[in-house]
Design a binder for this molecule. Structure first.
Ligand code: FES
Ligand code: FES
Length: 232
C-alpha cells in the first residue's frame, strides 16, 4: 500500500496509514453522531413548533367559540325604560355594553374588577357593579344608568340636584357611581343618618378622596328626595 492511501479501518498498513485509518474512523463515527444529533434536534424543534401551533389553533377556536353565533348574541335589554336591541358576546359585561354598544358613557369604568364602584347601575332598583355583570344575564330585568335618572324635561333627580346644591366632587369621575349607589340605597332607607348613608355607599371609592363633601352632597340629595323637591 502506498503512503497517503486510505485504508479500511482494521486493515493493517504503515504507521502513517494506521493513523489515517484511525482518524477516518473517528471522523466517520463523529459524523454519524453529528447527523444523528442534528436530526434529533430538528425533531425536537419540529415537535415543539407543532405543539405551540396547536396551542394557537386551539386558542383561536376557543375565541371563536366565545364570540358565538350571531343569533345567540342578539338580545333585548330594558335600559332606562327603553327596550334596546344589542349584539352582545356571551362574555360581555353590562358596563361594556352600556358604554360601547349603547353610547351611555355616564357609566364609568375605573377598575373593571368590582372594586371601585364607578360603574354602578341599578338592576331592578338594586345597585350593581356593571363591570361584573354579564349583559346576557339582565334580559327581562330593568337596568337604570345615570342617564336614566333625570326627567324627560331635563329636571335632575333629587340626588343629582344635591350634588349641584353642595358642589360635591372634585374631578367627578366617581360621581355617577356614587349617585347610583345613593339612589339605590334611598329606595330602602329614605331617611338615613350620615353614618348609615356612609355605610350604604361604602362600596364606592373616590380617587380624589373627597368623601366628606360627597357624603354632604348625598345627604342633601336624600333631603331633596324627602321634600319631593324634584321628581324621584
Ligand atoms: S369599574 Fe366596576 S367596580 Fe370599578
Ligand atoms: S371626585 Fe375624583 S375620583 Fe371622586
Amino acid at each position: 500500500m502506498q503512503d497517503g492511501e486510505v485504508t479500511i479501518p482494521g486493515r493493517q498498513g504503515s504507521h502513517v496509514n494506521d493513523r489515517i485509518d484511525i482518524d477516518i474512523d473517528k471522523e466517520l463515527d463523529n459524523a454519524a453522531k453529528g447527523v444523528s444529533r442534528r436530526n434529533f434536534i430538528k425533531g425536537v424543534i419540529c415537535g415543539g413548533a407543532a405543539v405551540s401551533s396547536a396551542g394557537y389553533l386551539f386558542r383561536a377556536s376557543n375565541l371563536l367559540g366565545q364570540y358565538g353565533d350571531a343569533g345567540d348574541r342578539l338580545i333585548t335589554i330594558n335600559v332606562n325604560g327603553q327596550q334596546r336591541r344589542v349584539d352582545a358576546m356571551k362574555q360581555e359585561t353590562l358596563a361594556w355594553t352600556l358604554r360601547y354598544k349603547l353610547g351611555l358613557t355616564g357609566t364609568k369604568l375605573g377598575c373593571d374588577r368590582a372594586e371601585c364602584g364607578a360603574c354602578t347601575v341599578l338592576i331592578d332598583d338594586v345597585p350593581h357593579y356593571s363591570c361584573s355583570v354579564l349583559t346576557h344575564t339582565v334580559r327581562n330585568r330593568k337596568v337604570v344608568s345615570i342617564e336614566g335618572l333625570a326627567a324627560a324635561d331635563g329636571t335632575l333627580h333629587p340626588v343629582q340636584q344635591g350634588v349641584i346644591d353642595e358642589q360635591g366632587f372634585q374631578c367627578a369621575f366617581c360621581m355617577s357611581g356614587f349617585i347610583m349607589s345613593t339612589v339605590g340605597f334611598l329606595k330602602t332607607n329614605p331617611n338615613p343618618t350620615r353614618t348609615e348613608l356612609a355605610h350604604g355607599i361604602s362600596g364606592n371609592l373616590c380617587r380624589c378622596q373627597d368623601y366628606d363633601k360627597i357624603l354632604t352632597a348625598m345627604m342633601r340629595g336624600a333631603e331633596n328626595l324627602r321634600k319631593g323637591k324634584v321628581h324621584a
